[in-house]
Write a protein that binds this ligand. Structure first.
Ligand SMILES: C[S@@+](CC[C@H](N)C(=O)[O-])C[C@H]1O[C@@H](n2cnc3c(N)ncnc32)[C@H](O)[C@@H]1O
Length: 182
């Protein structure tokens, strides 16, 4: 079975967890990684690894001495990626973004997230965003892709600056770049 078709099938089967029918588009993969730092020893966190299409772009972007902590709640997606990617910078965490503090103690120099905020309670969304803001090193970004800008207010309430880039694909894709000021 072709990989993209297999991924769409897995995403649709788990729609209430994934919040998507298919992988994020290539244009969004590139945009969502555009704020990542490329210097040495940076710590990056991904929320919602899926089948690792964006994780691969993150690994292409960051330096050889940096680390990527990738959170994913679906165990079979974690197993799939563990078998697919052999890169010692990638640390796969089979747990929810809401448990960030249990796994990552150091300052984070960039978040890349595709988790479905639309399906989360207000409490869970706030818990995730507040932890991310706390962990983020000043001057760095939490970048989130969603199918609409309906969650803009939440991001503006947590971060110091938020900019939006829209992609007129089907479905519409919106990348929010949320900054913690220095
Ligand atoms: C919209 S899919 C995106 C997958 C992939 N990153 C992409 O861009 O195509 C969202 C992913 O987030 C995962 N997910 C859902 N809730 C989560 C949570 N609380 N913490 C971490 N991952 C979660 C889903 O299982 C799914 O793989």
């Amino acid at each position: 079975m072709k990989n993209s078709f297999k991924t769409s099938f897995e995403f649709t089967k788990n729609l209430l967890t994934t919040g998507a029918f298919k992988e994020t588009s290539r244009r969004v993969e590139i945009e969502i990684c555009s704020k990542l730092p490329t210097g040495p020893n940076r710590v990056i966190v991904e929320f919602g690894m899926g089948h690792a299409n964006i994780s691969k772009e993150i690994l292409r972007t960051i330096s050889p001495s940096s680390k990527l902590y990738a959170f994913e709640v679906k165990e079979e997606f974690c197993d799939h990626v563990a078998a697919l990617i052999n890169d010692e910078r990638l640390i796969i965490i089979n747990d929810g973004a809401e448990n960030l503090h249990k796994h990552v103690g150091t300052p984070v120099h960039g978040f890349v997230s595709t988790i479905p905020f639309t399906f989360f309670s207000k409490e869970m969304s706030n818990a995730i965003l507040n932890q991310a803001y706390e962990a983020l090193a000043p001057g760095h970004y939490f970048s989130q892709a969603l199918y609409s800008k309906a969650h803009m207010k939440k991001f503006k309430n947590t971060f110091d600056e938020v900019t939006l880039k829209r992609f007129l694909n089907i479905p519409l894709e919106c990348v929010h770049h949320c900054k913690k000021n220095a």
